[in-house]
Design a protein around this ligand. Structure first.
Ligand code: HEC
Ligand code: HEC
Ligand code: HEC
Length: 132
């Protein structure tokens, strides 16, 4: 027997189930992760800035790290001149994680939020001494 209301309820349930991931994610999207900049190295900076402007770092740090790895490993060039002329060692551990020594409250927090998990720390040392 054809039962219109049952079909509607069924369709409604189907719709709810299919869109559950959307509803669960809804609302949390607005909450940017809180990034902790309170590290000994950053506290010592006269000018509290990253190696490139914050927006550039936010958008392009992955490419920058890739470039560092390639230039260090393939070309033996371990220095990076930033756009403001400051020269840094092209090193994940000695440079990025010197300032951002609180990896879990900085890098990881943002990556967890963005659901990315860089595998760098299976080989590179984590300053906090723990696995990602
Ligand atoms: C000299 C210390 C220092 C070094 C070295 C450094 N950072 Fe930063 N970084 C900072 C500071 C300070 C800020 C916050 C700047 C601000 O508040 O605008 C920051 C901001 C950032 C941000 C943006 C955070 C946001 O607000 O969205 C990212 C991403 C980042 N750093 C990643 C890196 C990576 C990756 C490296 C290595 C390639 C690195 N940093 C090296 C000090 C440093
Ligand atoms: C403001 C948020 C934010 C902060 C802070 C941040 N990341 Fe990221 N990171 C991302 C996002 C988002 C991606 C993924 C980008 C993509 O896939 O295009 C990413 C990707 C990466 C990748 C590439 C991963 C891959 O497998 O290709 C590396 C490496 C990386 N981040 C290192 C770091 C390090 C090291 C720090 C801390 C010093 C850091 N990130 C801090 C947001 C952040
Ligand atoms: C399979 C192991 C392995 C993984 C995974 C790995 N690396 Fe490396 N990486 C190395 C080795 C080995 C070197 C060469 C070390 C040296 O000569 O100082 C290196 C060097 C580098 C360097 C230049 C030297 C330095 O002090 O940092 C950068 C930058 C770098 N890797 C970034 C990354 C990033 C970013 C990731 C994750 C997206 C990553 N690596 C994942 C093994 C690895």
């Amino acid at each position: 027997m054809y039962n219109g209301s049952k079909v509607l309820v069924g369709l409604g349930l189907f719709f709810l189930i299919v869109t559950v991931p959307f509803w669960l994610g809804f609302g949390t999207e607005e909450l940017a992760p809180e990034l902790d900049l309170d590290t000994p190295a950053i506290a010592q900076l006269a000018d509290k800035k990253c190696i490139e402007p914050t927006g550039v770092m936010r958008e392009e740090h992955m490419q920058l790290l890739e470039q560092w790895r390639d230039q260090a490993v393939r070309m033996g060039n371990r220095y990076y001149e930033a756009s403001d002329g400051t020269v840094y060692q092209a090193s994940l551990q000695n440079t990025c994680l010197d300032c951002h020594s609180n990896k879990s409250d900085f890098c990881d927090r943002c990556h967890d939020y963005g659901k990315v998990s860089p595998d760098c720390w299976t080989c590179h040392l984590d300053p906090e001494g723990m696995e990602l």
